[in-house]
Design a protein around this ligand. Structure first.
Ligand SMILES: Cc1cc2nc3c(=O)[nH]c(=O)nc-3n(C[C@H](O)[C@H](O)[C@H](O)COP(=O)(O)O)c2cc1C
Length: 218
């Protein structure tokens, strides 16, 4: 294997193409941000890095609030569109058929259609050249109850979340294991029943096999 060393860059992947909503219920805006992540678990802290030229930048700076809405397959077109159009020029909620819903702890609206929305209060703004990093506390988490089972356990894998990798959007692939599976005494014990049942994907070769079997049957 030969690795080529490039100059410094932002090639971290996958990242979430998150929908960052801000403003008010009457005048909501939303932009897409891939440069977001978790900073600490208790208190739950996050950040989003936003260029000062974005329309959302001033709104978030002035209000001190925003919502990180996770993107699933039904929202991926909106995530791309809200990442190329500005709220300066269009009502993105209206154009994308998104619903601005109230949050429990902040005035900024969440996107009702999103599977998970994180209500955030800005703690500090730090400039790093091209972007300002909004460090924020997550003050509430809103989850679509269709991803909860009867015990109230969240099965986020059911949501079909989207990953953003080097300019392209992807659905997530096959589940490989759960947290800590590598140190299980007997990794074989980790079976499908440990997880929500998944439909087996037909591989190309199994499709071919079935096809030739059907042909023979005829
Ligand atoms: C997938 C994707 C990721 C993006 N990530 C960021 C980001 O992390 N920070 C940022 O400032 N802009 C990011 N953008 C660009 C903004 O979403 C875009 O400029 C948007 O039009 C800003 O909207 P606004 O002017 O209404 O605030 C991203 C765009 C896309 C499509």
């Amino acid at each position: 294997m030969t690795k080529i060393t490039w100059k410094a860059g932002t090639l971290l992947a996958p990242v979430p193409p998150a929908l960052i909503s801000c403003g008010t219920l009457d005048k909501p805006n939303v932009m897409t941000a891939a440069w977001t992540g978790i900073v600490a678990s208790d208190p739950a802290m996050t950040y989003v890095s936003i260029r000062p030229s974005r329309y959302s930048h001033k709104i978030i700076k002035d209000s001190g609030e925003f919502v990180i809405n996770l993107t699933h397959l039904p929202l991926v077109k909106a995530a791309d569109w809200c990442g190329v159009k500005s709220g300066k020029d269009v009502d993105k909620f209206k154009e994308m058929g998104l619903t601005a819903a109230p949050c429990s702890q902040i005035k900024a609206p969440q996107i009702e259609e999103a599977p998970v929305s994180l209500e955030c209060k800005v703690k500090s703004i730090t400039n790093f050249g091209t972007h300002d990093m909004f460090l924020a506390e997550i003050v509430a988490v809103d989850v679509d109850d269709k991803y909860l089972d009867e015990q109230g356990k969240l099965w986020l894998e059911k949501a079909g979340l989207i990953a953003y990798v080097h300019g392209f959007y992807y659905t997530l692939g096959r589940k490989i294991g759960k947290f800590g599976f590598s140190v299980e005494k007997n990794p074989k014990k980790i079976k499908e029943k440990d997880f929500e049942p998944q439909k087996k994907q037909k591989t190309q070769s199994s499709k071919k096999r079935n096809f030739s079997r059907n042909k023979k049957a005829k």
